[in-house]
Structure formats: C-alpha cells, structure tokens
Design a protein around this ligand. Structure first.
Ligand SMILES: CC(C)(COP(=O)(O)OP(=O)(O)OC[C@H]1O[C@@H](n2cnc3c(N)ncnc32)[C@H](O)[C@@H]1OP(=O)(O)O)[C@@H](O)C(=O)NCCC(=O)NCCS
Length: 225
C-alpha cells in the first residue's frame, strides 16, 4: 500500500455541523484564498484534507463533475452537471453519524477541492464506500489515499464490522483502487445508473474487519515494506 493515514483527526460531529454560517460567508467571498485554513476537517492524509464540502466549492465541483467519465461510473450523478446540481448536493451533505459525504482537498494546490468520498448505508450494508476524483487528478493514487482514509475511519472511529463498495464491471480503475485498499471481490449484481437511466452490471466488493486488522498489523511490522 503506497499511502497510509499519517494523521487521524476526528472532530466532534457538532463541529462539522456548526460551520454553516462560516460556509455562507465563504461562498460570498469570491476572493477566498485557496490556502485558507479549512474549517471542519474530519480526516487528513499525507496529501489530502477530507472535510464537508462548502458552497464556495460549488463552481469547482460543477466543473470537475460535469464529465461523462465521472457520471457514467456513479449511480446517481446528474449529467450534464451544473452549478445548481453542485449547490443542491452540498446543501444535502451530511457528516455523521450514519452518513459521511466529504470533499477531498489537495494540500499541494492550496487545498483545492478535487472530488468527494463517502460512507453511506445502502442495500442492508451499514457502510458503503463511494468516491470520485476530477479527471485532471486521476492516476496519482489520490482516490486510493482517500478510500484508505475513509476505511480506517469506518473501522476505527465508527467501529464498522465491514465496509462494502460496488463498481461497474467496466470500471477497472475503481476496481484497482478497492484492491489496493484490501477489498475482496464479493460477486456480481445489477445497480442503478442515473446516467444510463436503468440498471447496469456491477461488481461487489467487501473489506471485512478481520482483513483490515491483518493489513494494518502487516504494515506495522514492516513486512513487505
Ligand atoms: C476511479 C477513480 C476514483 C480512480 O481515481 P484515481 O485517483 O485515478 O485512482 P488511483 O490513482 O488511486 O488508482 C487508480 C488505479 O487504477 C489503475 N487503472 C487506471 N485505469 C485502469 C483501467 N482501465 N483498468 C485497470 N486499472 C486501471 C491505475 O493504474 C491505478 O493503479 P496502480 O496504482 O496500481 O497503477 C477515478 O478515475 C474516478 O473518479 N472515476 C470516475 C468516478 C468513479 O469511477 N468512481 C468510482 C465509482 S465505483
């Protein structure tokens, strides 16, 4: 595994929710410096800050999400994707206790928004991992870094027994992300696709707590490092 969570910060839920007046103030300031000290940070990895997205991110979110390559691989992303879609999404995000939708912010670029990652209850699973990264940032291990951070969060702070994920059978990159995080193939099925206005074939994956624990211990002993 290339990227491990170096700093694990868990802020009380109330802190994540209490940002709203500040969020509104930020959205009104067009000149918000990109290297602002991000409020409401929930997790931090070597290259990313994970926090609840704010309205000031909406235009950038719309620009990055308005991409067929993103929409066709997600179950419910509207396409085309505009500013109103981003604002509606941001206004409906939750940061706990059951649903976590976090923005990914790249420290190298002054903590600019680059995508999202989430843990949601779905199909009888308590935690289903989802993520997307804007096309300019593909292939740099960033989705893997975010997925590892959220998996650690689920098994650590949220005491998950397992984390599930699905990906379209054609989505080799997402499958690879999950494999790099230790997820195991758990069979095929059909899943909804807003982009295709119907159901599409999907692969199911699961990371069991026992596997996660083994992987973390393996990393600690340095075997294979
Ligand atoms: C899937 C996605 C999140 C990957 O993001 P990313 O930051 O590029 O991912 P990473 O760099 O961490 O890892 C990608 C891995 O997939 C590999 N990969 C890329 N394209 C691939 C393909 N077509 N087939 C197989 N593997 C592929 C990369 O080589 C890399 O593996 P490596 O590190 O072993 O070389 C990104 O492409 C995306 O947002 N796509 C659209 C939305 C989406 O698919 N979300 C997931 C829904 S299940």
């Amino acid at each position: 595994m290339g990227h491990h969570l170096s700093l694990f910060r868990f802020f009380p839920l109330v802190a994540a929710r209490d940002n709203e007046p500040e969020d509104r103030a930020m959205s009104e300031r067009a000149d918000t410096p990109p290297d602002r000290d991000l409020p409401g940070t929930i997790l931090e990895t070597p290259r990313l800050v994970l926090r609840r997205p704010v309205r000031a991110d909406a235009q950038r979110m719309a620009d990055l999400a308005n991409d067929v390559g993103v929409a066709e691989n997600l179950s419910n992303l509207p396409h085309p994707y505009g500013l109103d879609d981003a604002l509606a999404f941001i206004d409906n995000t939750e940061a706990g206790p059951a649903r976590w939708t976090l923005g990914l912010y790249l420290k190298d670029e002054g903590s600019r928004f680059i995508g999202t990652a989430s843990l949601m209850p779905r199909d009888g699973e308590r935690f289903v991992l989802g993520y997307w990264v804007g096309r300019p940032y593909w292939g740099r291990g960033l989705a893997t870094e975010a997925a590892q951070a959220l998996s650690d969060f689920a098994f650590g702070a949220l005491e998950a027994d397992a984390v599930a994920a699905t990906s379209r059978v054609t989505n080799g990159a997402s499958r690879r992300v999950l494999e790099k995080c230790g997820f195991q193939y758990a069979g095929q099925g059909m899943g909804p696709s807003l982009f295709y206005r119907g159901m599409v074939p999907i692969d199911r994956f699961r990371l069991e707590r026992s596997i996660w624990t083994s992987l973390k211990n393996w990393v600690k002993t340095g075997v294979g490092a």
